[in-house]
Design a protein around this ligand. Structure first.
Ligand code: GLP
Length: 241
């Protein structure tokens, strides 16, 4: 595990974008596992900037996103499909048919989970997985649990996750109760994993995940086992180390 300490959110975003940019330059057909949330927005902005300057080409890249709320369609402003279009895909030359995200409107849980697992298998796995970190140590929407969930599955969101995400909705009751998420096994199978974390409210989760025992009660802790895991975090997020 590698830790890149940065001054602040902007610095963190540029460092993470540098790693993703190197990945895309070295392998233009890369499969990128992508994340939502506030943490990666600056990374996406930097990548868009470099794309606009002519330094990056996403035409052969495939994206496979971590998660989606159950019950929100692609055109719902709080859906992760909408987020990805708004914050990244609409601004670069990625092909729409090469972007993948769980279908939150498919209520057939078994069918949707096996479809998404098949998408990841057909792509031959993920070259680089970008991650944020939940305040309770979740990755994607893999919430603290008794076991590490393997493949794509439907989760019931914890109250703390709903509260953390309510800032995007009018109130906590509007946050969906369920989400589809890639499993822990899908995530750690990625050849390279990069996590971005910023701010004091992530400090405890970072300490627990990367300086404590490996346990499904802190899902991100499994990344301690990964052969190519880089945490890009700012001073505030690393303040408890
Ligand atoms: C959500 C997403 C996660 C994300 C987390 C942290 O729960 N499902 O993928 O990492 O929020 O979000 P933020 O970066 O906004 O703190």
């Amino acid at each position: 595990m590698r830790i890149i300490r940065t001054r602040d959110y902007e610095h963190m975003s540029r460092q993470a974008a540098n790693i993703i940019s190197a990945q895309v330059i070295l392998k233009p057909t890369s499969v990128l596992g992508l994340a939502t949330g506030s943490s990666p927005i600056g990374t996406y902005q930097q990548l868009i900037d470099w794309y606009k300057k002519g330094d990056l080409d996403f035409s052969k890249v495939t994206a496979v996103n971590l998660d989606e709320y159950v019950g929100l369609g692609r055109s719902h402003p709080q859906s992760y499909a909408y987020f990805m279009n708004y914050n990244f895909f609409d601004h670069v030359n990625i092909q729409a048919y090469r972007t993948n995200i769980p279908n939150g409107m498919n209520y057939d849980v078994e069918a949707e989970c096996s479809r998404y697992d098949q998408v990841i298998r057909d792509l031959g796995g993920i070259d680089l997985q970008l991650l944020g970190l939940g305040v309770n140590g979740h990755i994607g929407f893999n919430e603290p649990d008794e076991v590490f969930a393997k493949g794509t599955h439907r989760v019931t969101l914890s109250q703390s996750t709903k509260e953390a995400n309510q800032r995007f909705f009018n109130n906590v009751d509007e946050v969906p109760d369920h989400a589809y998420t890639m499993g822990i096994f899908d995530i750690i199978q990625a050849k390279r994993v990069v996590m971005v974390a910023s701010g004091e409210n992530k400090a405890q989760a970072i300490k627990d995940a990367f300086f404590g025992p490996i346990t499904p009660k802190v899902p991100a802790s499994i990344l301690q086992f990964h052969r190519d895991f880089t945490l890009v975090a700012d001073d505030a997020a690393l303040s408890l180390l």
